[in-house]
Design a protein around this ligand. Structure first.
Ligand SMILES: NC(=O)c1ccc[n+]([C@@H]2O[C@H](COP(=O)([O-])OP(=O)(O)OC[C@H]3O[C@@H](n4cnc5c(N)ncnc54)[C@H](O)[C@@H]3O)[C@@H](O)[C@H]2O)c1
Length: 505
């Protein structure tokens, strides 16, 4: 298995930098970010919220992993101790060079610097950079947290072992690095995109098809093929039984016909810009960028799941983050960070779009889903996560009682506050309370409670056994810290016909 990394730096936290932060924390990596824009953190949090939704959809029933994020106040601070530095500042050569000079000066021995540049040559970026032999282009695709490919391009000064280490690191964080053999403007992906983009502009400019119609030709047809087979394999099938050679012989002559405008570029003027924007606006059917991004992510997640089920293409790159974390050390501060004052809050999130029923309210089994995510996070923080399960022990839920108190709609921010009752023996008694963050006072308003009895189990022996001291100590410590408080309302309650009668009277 590739050697992973535990600390990374992201320099520039816009669309792509935010995506890298998400990709890295999904892999359990601590990330230090530097971006001089005071609004950058809010932008990154929005990307992280989309990533969180995507991870919940990708790995149902599993709490998304989250490495720690630190917002640094300088490049040097962010880069200190990082094994991977990913630069994602705007695509201007002078800016890239200046930023890389600072990164290089603060770089740790053995670290790798990847530039997200879409096509600037790494040889020029690294020219005067200290430790420039550790720098290469590492060009991802948007959204970085879902699309696995990253093009790796070395420059004149790039050391072969920096490339080798980069291939290891990007693989370890669930990506598919493609090492481009020769340094060339725009690498591979953007050269292909550029050809299609140029032709699309001509078709709009000449009034052959609208922006929306061109998108339809792609999304209803050739795009669906490309996502699974790419250019060559798709054409290979076009030859039918005669094979790829037959296809090439049949269609080779058309390459000399004037079908495409090749390098010719339409004049870039206000009229063309207005036309493209208006046609694309009409095609977007009033959906905002945020809505379109969520639709894109949901579709990408479902495509990836289909490809994984068929053991094909990008589906093969999917790495379950829980499996990847088995031999990782649990973050020591995770439990402390769950405390909000004296409240233990193991889970925060939002009601996902596909969690609602026909009333547009969170559907009933998702209440249990949220409570089980909170339980999983708490178990992880107390030492009972996937690594512990791999040793043959686990916590099994023996009994659950959920009270549905109020409804909640898609998009609402919610969190779970937990009371722990444990003497560190075989049993663990949890009382979760789910709240909506809606400005109704400090704590939001109560949506549901979930009371659960868990047993600590030796899986090989098939029976409940006392928890080991390290885990017992964590639960007993929480239980003692909460012991002075009133018992939660509804704890130990059963279903009562009297109450039901009252409610229906
Ligand atoms: N947007 C895409 O689809 C895409 C895809 C692949 C690669 N890229 C490449 O990724 C890079 C970033 O593109 P983007 O779309 O995220 O741009 P962006 O404008 O969304 O983000 C750039 C960020 O860099 C920050 N920044 C500016 N100067 C900085 C400095 N000196 N130090 C640290 N941060 C600084 C800005 O405040 C901004 O938040 C570019 O090289 C681009 O070519 C973009």
């Amino acid at each position: 298995m590739a050697r992973g990394i535990s600390k990374a730096a992201v320099i520039g936290g816009g669309v792509i930098g935010g995506g890298w932060v998400a990709r890295l924390i999904n892999a359990g990596c601590a990330v230090s970010v530097f971006d001089p824009n005071p609004d950058a953190a809010a932008g990154i949090e929005a990307v992280l919220a989309r990533n969180h939704s995507a991870q919940l959809r990708l790995w149902p029933g599993q709490a998304p992993r989250r490495g720690k994020i630190h917002y640094a106040t300088s490049i040097a601070e962010a880069v200190a101790g990082a094994e991977l530095v990913q630069e994602s500042v705007p695509e201007r050569m002078e800016l890239k060079q200046a930023v890389h000079a600072e990164i290089g000066a603060a770089l740790e021995a053995g670290a790798v610097v990847g530039s997200s540049t879409s096509g600037l040559l790494p040889s020029i970026i690294q020219k005067n950079m200290p430790n420039g032999d550790r720098m290469l282009a590492a060009h991802p695709y948007n959204p970085v947290y879902l699309l696995p490919v990253v093009e790796i391009v070395g420059g004149d000064r790039t050391a072969p072992d920096a490339v080798a280490r980069a291939l290891e690191i990007y693989t370890a964080i669930g990506m598919v690095p493609v090492h481009i053999k020769k340094e060339i403007d725009a690498f591979v992906g953007d050269r292909l995109l550029e050809a299609m983009w140029r032709e699309s502009l001509w078709l709009v400019r000449d009034g052959v098809a609208s922006a929306g119609e061109i998108d339809d030709v792609v999304r209803y047809g050739l795009g669906l093929r490309f996502a699974q087979m790419g250019q060559f394999m798709t054409y290979r099938l076009g030859g039918g039984a005669g094979g790829f050679r037959h296809f090439l012989e049949q269609f080779a002559p058309s390459l000399t016909w004037p079908w495409t405008r090749l390098m010719d570029v339409p004049e870039w003027n206000d009229a063309l810009v207005e036309r493209i924007v208006a046609e694309s606006d009409a095609h977007a059917e009033g959906l905002s960028v945020d809505e379109l991004e969520r639709i894109r992510d949901n579709n990408l997640v479902d495509f990836l799941k289909v490809l994984a089920a068929n053991d094909w293409g990008a589906g093969r790159a999917l790495q379950n983050p829980v499996a990847a974390s088995l031999d990782e050390k649990m973050p020591e501060t995770m439990l402390e960070e769950m405390f909000d004052g004296d409240k233990l809050v193991p889970w925060r999130g939002r009601v996902e779009d596909d969690w609602t029923d026909y009333n547009n309210h969170m559907t009933e089994y998702r209440y249990l889903h949220v409570f089980s995510l909170a339980t999983d996070e708490l178990l992880l923080a107390c030492g009972g996560g996937a690594g512990y399960v791999a040793q043959g022990f686990s916590f099994y839920t023996a009994e659950t009682h959920i009270r549905h108190i109020d409804e909640v709609a898609a998009g609402a921010e919610i969190y779970v506050e937990t009371r722990v009752f444990s003497d560190g023996g075989k049993k663990l008694h949890l009382f979760h309370a789910m709240y909506a963050v809606d400005g109704a006072g400090d704590g939001g308003h109560l949506l549901a409670t979930g009371e659960h009895l868990l047993l600590h189990v030796d899986m090989a022996a098939g029976r409940a056994v006392p928890m080991p001291a390290s885990i017992a100590e964590a639960f007993v410590r929480i239980a003692k810290s909460q012991a002075g408080r009133d018992l939660p309302q509804g704890m130990g309650a059963g279903i009562s016909m009297n109450k039901t009668k009252k409610a229906t009277n």
